[in-house]
Design a protein around this ligand. Structure first.
Ligand SMILES: [Zn+2]
Length: 168
């Protein structure tokens, strides 16, 4: 079944499976079996929301298998969980003041040690608190004022972790 292309309005959109190349730190991770719709008439591609969600899940799963890889979305999510500015987050992880801004925007790549430390902070309880104490940065615990309360098992990935544009 083909759908109407939003660019040229031809009924020529078909599903194409591709391998997504994701930059995470200094690595490029290849995520096979991602999908998008490509127009056979004008060549433009679109990714409908359900497809985007499915791609996103595949990408998160691939990242989870690569310990030293931290996506930009994950960095932002970590900061938002603790209500930290980019500057405070940078200091907390012992990096230069502008580090998070550069990492999140893709301006510069995190080193593997920095990525591994962020992974620990994401997955091991108490790491963020400890780092904050060492750096002398006040930390807002997740679930208290500022951040919305979270329940166990609640997914909050939806608004975070933008998928970088697909290779053309
Ligand atoms: Zn088209």
């Amino acid at each position: 079944m083909s759908l109407t292309c939003p660019f040229c309005e031809a009924d020529a959109l078909t599903t194409v499976t591709y391998t997504h190349a994701l930059k995470a730190g200094r690595r490029t991770i290849h995520v096979p079996d991602c999908q998008q719709m490509t127009c056979g008439n004008c060549g433009e591609s679109v990714v409908p929301l359900p497809m985007y969600d499915q791609n996103h899940q595949r990408i998160e799963a691939a990242l989870a298998q690569t310990p030293a890889a931290v996506s930009r979305g994950l960095l932002k999510r970590l900061r938002e969980t603790y209500d930290l500015s980019q500057r405070d987050a940078s200091r907390l992880f012992g990096a230069g003041d502008g580090a998070f801004a550069k990492w999140e925007s893709g301006q510069s790549d995190m080193s593997d040690p920095a990525a591994l430390l962020v992974q620990c902070a994401l997955h091991v309880p108490g790491v963020m608190e400890h780092l904050a104490k060492l750096a002398g940065i006040p930390l807002t615990p997740p679930g208290s004022q500022g951040a919305a309360p979270r329940r166990a098992g609640e997914r909050q990935a939806r608004h975070a972790a933008p998928v970088e544009s697909a290779p053309v």
